[in-house]
Design a protein around this ligand. Sequence first.
Ligand code: AMP
Length: 185
Amino acid sequence: MQIVLIGPPGAGKGTQSVQLAEYLHVPHLSTGEMLRDVCRRKTGVGTRACVAMQRGQLVPDALVKEILFERLKEDDCRAGCILDGFPRTVPQAASFDEWLEERKRPLSMVIELRVSREELLDRLSSRGREDDDREVVLARLDQFDELTHPLLDYYNSRGVLQVVDGLGTAEEVFARICSLVDEKK
Ligand code: AMP
């Protein structure tokens, strides 16, 4: 199964997608993680990405697509994967659809993890990751509303969107996700 998880920063998308990947025995692909890795290695291409990431901005599409599409070609992704952090914009989703169509790999489901803005601000201010100071947190939330939120309409109109309430413990949220996925299996 090929599943995309979408949720604002702090919604628990990372935790849930790791668990879902284990549950379905498919790789967990996080573009944020891949980009942080590129940054750590400080290659020429990473420098631009790092500056954007530190400001809470999106990294240019071309770079993200290049990294992700290369990874998707690997054998372990044949049976499916869980995508965490990609696509993040409508143009990214459109390129991804094209990429999947060319390879006859259908998108099984898109899961939206829904959490209110107040709850997110509470969670994010106590998380303390390097790029999590308040300004950056707000920039990332605004960028989600502006660029990523329209993706939900995009996938809804294609009939693949499922909404999951992201409030509660990680276990409670995971149980909601599993029941959706089990129905589809
Ligand atoms: P994440 O770990 O998903 O929260 O991503 C961390 C950061 O990586 C984001 O704030 C962006 O700067 C960058 N990033 C991750 N995925 C994408 C993407 N699909 N498009 C553009 N930038 C991305």
